[in-house]
Every structure is written in structure tokens, then in C-alpha cells.
Design a protein around this ligand. Structure first.
Ligand SMILES: [Zn+2]
Length: 258
């Protein structure tokens, strides 16, 4: 019996140690020898790919103020963007050593609070190209602002706003993305949310959810909703009613954005 407990404790200690080791890369977002571009709205830290970093910096600093205003933020916020030459380095910064082993080729950027991590557009990986990798910085900046205005924003709305405001418009034919997510799916949360969400094509679908809200209500109301997450006070409708309206909007094509 004693031996059993000794083995058990050893196993637990090894697992705890592995867990600690896994998360070592997340301790600091900066890597060695990073340089920085300091802007009016954002600061961009980068490794060796200077040209791609400058290009991303110019886009981010130019657009961040406008994105902030749309979300009701009037003062400059401290947004630091870290650009890594290698996609694997970026992936390790939030989930540790295990992340690049999961084969998430689409995973090129993220936010951690008001910090943004991004793969360098110079090395965009298998499923992105230079331009959409670069534009992803705007998506992540929206996440950073969302975190400031409402840290409890749902994963669905957070990504819907990020996709919509950064112009990641899906093609007109939404049928290629499979079944329209259920109400339950739009409430996705928890540690596996990013994977579940990507698997049911949450990116294009949540874009159209915000598109629908903008088509139906004023942007002021959407801004209020972003801050509060409250359907009733923002839209005088329940979550189910908004879902039904969006569902109808999606199946009654064609619809136009403006
Ligand atoms: Zn996102």
C-alpha cells in the first residue's frame, strides 16, 4: 500500500512538472532581442522580419483609432502587439509547448488581455497568405478593445465583432460553410471554445451575426450590446428572437451589407 502511494505521488509530481514546463513559454510575450515600433495607438514588437512588421504596424496604427471609436473607446489604450517570425513561437505564447503539436494551421494570432500576439506575415503558414495574416492584426486589436469594454463578452460576439470590424467578410454563398450554428453553438465557451468554434465555421457565421445586427439596428445599439451583453436593453428582443432573426436573414438571400 505504501509503495502504491509513493508511485501515485511520483506520477502526480511528474504531471505537475510537465504542466509547469508546458507553460514556460507563456511567462513572457517578448522573445530575446525584439525591437519595437512605437505608434500613436499601438506598439509593435518584432524579431527579424522588420519589413513585414513595419507593414503590419502601419496598418494597425492607422486603423486602431477608428476601431476604438466604433467600440466606444475614446482614449488611447496601451495595446502591445508581438510579432513572431515563426508560427510555432506565436502558438506557444498562449498555450505553451503543446500548442504547435495540435496541428492548428489556421491559428496565426490571438490576444491575451490587451496584448496581441501574431505570426509574421512574412511566414504566414499553410492556410494564410501575407495579406490576410497582416489583416488579422485588426481582428486581434478588436479583441483587445473588447476585453477592455466587456471582459465577459461571449466568444461568439467577441469573434463576430472582431471579424466584422476587421473586414473579414465571408463569400456570399454561406452554404459552403455547412449547417447554420444552433443557438446552443453560438453560446460556445470554455477552454475548447476556440477549436469547437472553428470546427463549426464560427468565424464566417459570427461575422454575419454582427452584419445582421447592423442591418437591423443602429450601431449605437450594437455598441451598447458589446458593452453589456444584454439583448433586452440593447435591442428590446430576447437572445432567441435575435437568433431567429439572424437565421431568417441568412436563409433569405441575397442580402446586402450597406
Ligand atoms: Zn478571434
Amino acid at each position: 500500500m505504501r509503495k502504491f502511494f509513493r508511485v501515485l505521488i511520483s506520477i502526480i509530481l511528474i504531471l505537475v512538472l510537465l504542466l509547469i514546463i508546458n507553460f514556460l513559454p507563456t511567462m513572457s510575450l517578448a522573445t530575446r532581442k525584439m525591437s519595437v515600433f512605437v505608434g500613436n495607438w499601438v506598439n509593435v514588437y518584432y524579431e527579424n522580419e522588420k519589413d513585414a512588421a513595419r507593414d503590419t504596424f502601419e496598418l494597425a496604427d492607422k486603423r486602431a483609432g477608428e476601431l476604438a471609436t466604433l467600440l466606444g473607446i475614446t482614449e488611447k489604450q496601451d495595446i502591445n502587439i508581438y510579432i513572431y517570425d515563426n508560427q510555432k513561437t506565436m502558438q506557444r505564447k498562449k498555450y505553451g509547448f503543446i500548442a504547435p503539436l495540435l496541428g492548428l494551421d489556421w491559428y496565426i494570432g490571438d490576444n491575451i488581455g490587451t496584448s496581441v500576439i501574431l505570426t509574421s506575415p512574412a511566414n504566414p503558414g499553410k492556410v494564410h497568405d501575407y495579406d490576410n495574416n497582416k489583416n488579422a492584426v485588426l481582428h486581434e486589436i478588436v479583441h483587445a478593445y473588447n476585453h477592455l469594454i466587456n471582459p465577459d463578452m461571449t466568444y461568439w460576439v467577441d469573434n463576430g465583432l472582431a471579424g466584422y470590424l476587421s473586414g473579414q467578410k465571408p463569400g456570399d454563398d454561406m452554404t459552403i460553410y455547412g449547417a447554420i450554428p444552433s443557438l446552443k453553438q453560438t453560446q460556445v465557451k470554455g477552454i475548447l471554445a476556440p477549436i469547437t468554434f472553428a470546427n463549426f465555421n464560427g468565424y464566417p457565421f459570427s461575422y454575419t451575426y454582427i452584419e445582421y445586427l447592423n442591418y437591423t439596428y443602429s450601431w449605437d445599439r450594437i455598441q451598447k450590446f458589446a458593452r453589456t451583453g444584454d439583448f433586452e436593453t440593447s435591442f428590446a428582443a430576447s437572445e432567441q428572437e435575435i437568433y431567429n432573426g439572424w437565421h431568417h436573414f441568412l436563409i433569405s438571400s441575397p442580402h446586402q451589407d450597406q
